[in-house]
Design a protein around this ligand. Structure first.
Ligand SMILES: [Zn+2]
Length: 72
């Protein structure tokens, strides 16, 4: 099963992995516990992460964590 990784804030495509376990290793924990895994109608699985760009912004503006979609 292929899993697509996207930034949860700006929707930037961050790559895809074929192995679900590999994603869990990258995250260091089970996505189920993070509520960041989504499946669309076609059965594709997405993992919502934070890209480097957004992470930098969030580091400088921690209050933006309250808003999931501050970049459009
Ligand atoms: Zn981003």
């Amino acid at each position: 099963m292929s899993i697509t990784m996207k930034c949860r804030h700006c929707q930037q495509y961050m790559g895809a992995v074929d192995d679900e376990q590999r994603v869990y290793e990258l995250l260091g924990q089970q996505p189920a516990a993070l509520d960041i895994v989504q499946m669309n109608d076609e059965g594709e699985v997405f993992v919502q992460l934070v890209c480097e760009h957004c992470e930098e912004i969030l580091t400088q503006n921690p209050n933006l964590f309250e808003n999931d979609t501050f970049i459009h």
